[in-house]
Design a protein around this ligand. Sequence first.
Ligand SMILES: [Zn+2]
Length: 289
Amino acid sequence: MAHLSVLVAEFGEEVPYAGGLDRGFPFRGARVPFLNYQKGIYRARVQSGPAALSIQTSSKSPYDDEILADGFLYAYRAGAIDQPDNRALRVARELQVPLVYFIGTRPGWYKPVFPVYVREDDPVRRVVLVTPGALLGPLDEPEPVPLEEEIERRYAVRQTRVRLHQARFRGRVVPAYSSQCAICRLKELRLLDAAHILGDVMEAGEATVSNGLSLCAIHHRAFDQNLVGVSPDYIVHVSRRLREDEDGPMLHLLKGFHEAPILVPGRRADRPDRGRLDARFAAFLSLST
Ligand SMILES: [Zn+2]
């Protein structure tokens, strides 16, 4: 978990498999993989204990039905309930050892959730309930502990759900715009976000690309703060306050896009939904100063 924390610090909440997780971590002179992206349930060969080290779900699997209020449902592998992988998963509950849950956000990228614990085991439905824990103690040597308070678990699950939604949404919206800011065309992936036109991060089902805009960090913030709006005819509007302010090159850059057209995705179905833009633009007109 310490090595994983380093990767999270390097890449952010989403970590790529290639060039990131595939580095594994050193243990007793060997390099140990973090996960098995093909099998799901993973127990490393160097482990002496019988429990799994990590579990994984791919970015293709829908997550809405699998996230309960205070944990995540995780299905057994096909086959016997005591085949080796299922055994490793079920033993994790008996021993209450901390695991890492790698949730796929887009092909080749994962959001690691750690530590997690297998709290309940249902061999009839062939699922376990995985609940979040916390890393407590000194920064250099924190201990993974289960969250005993239900309210804390619910909070942690809710946070994960929102982050997952954001990550998957971004993973679909930004590429639809060829990884550019719809307003300024900036192409630096690390500065690009997916902004919601109508902001509902808890919306059900798959995040719809047409409810999003690929925006750089500064334009995303400006859009969320109603300093910049986009009308249903795909034109940028800069708030009067910013337009009348005269201070510095950055502001000039913001003002410069007033009445310019936004970039839209090539695929018609991915383009910003005009009805949603209309509702959002009305809010911009009434709230912007
Ligand atoms: Zn921009």
